[in-house]
Design a binder for this molecule. Sequence first.
Ligand code: A2P
Length: 283
Amino acid sequence: MNEIPRVTEATPVKATPALPDAQTVTDVKHYTDRLFSFRCTRPASLRFRSGEFVMIGLMGDPDPGTGRQKPLLRAYSIASPSWGEELEFYSIKVPDGPLTSKLQHIRPGDEIILRPKPVGTLVHDALLPGKRIWFFATGTGFAPFASLLREPQTYEDYDEVIITHTCREAGELTYGAELIESLRHDDLLNEVIGEGFWKKIKYYPTTTREQSPRMGRITDLMRSGQAFADLGVPGISPETDRAMICGNLAFNLELKALLEDYGLVEGANSDPQTYVVEKAFLD
Ligand code: A2P
């Protein structure tokens, strides 16, 4: 998902009609020089649960010896909800990342490869019932929550939905902020859950390297109690609170430890508990 190496060179992507598992790009939106989102057609056979990920990619460069090309695939959380007609993805751009150096140049009409085998731990099925759900994201880790925030079950199952998003710079919050704002006018959610459902949502964006209304890592803000005071909640307890984590590796590990200090227990599809962490989202 995230790619570590950084260079500047990038090659435009050409549509290749013979791609296996090809889907057509329908829309692309760039947020910063590091972030973009795109939409593509949805394979008729693809059923997934909001919060899951699939492998997507492009054909790699030809092998210098044989000239043969192999698919270059990475795990991407599906950012659109399970009921969406199209699929949406939210991606980082790494200048010399094998995939994202190319993927960042896709345009409507281009094709991408999408293996229609969804998996993942950030699903409602992996959590026991609770009163309040926390979605903890950094950077493009917001993607599975963009799906879950548009999923009616999220509001059917919980009285309060808290989404925290920590990014380096303010511009990196735009995708999430726009998504949250769009929920107010989401016809399906207003109809199924009822007008004013969005009042269940508490959005808590923070930045760490650029000035914004709320500064700091969410982990530090929880430890100091500031985040709970700002959100008007008593804290996190296994009786009432459930959580999902999706961010960079250090963040995932630190938040896991913090949640376990509060008494939460990691769950899985086969063993629902009180929190879950994304396994595919590593940098
Ligand atoms: P910081 O700027 O203090 O490193 P990245 O873009 O590197 O994936 O980071 C995304 C955000 O996650 C940044 O705001 C970064 O803060 C924050 N972050 C990185 N590691 C941790 C951690 N262990 N706990 C909390 N936040 C973290």
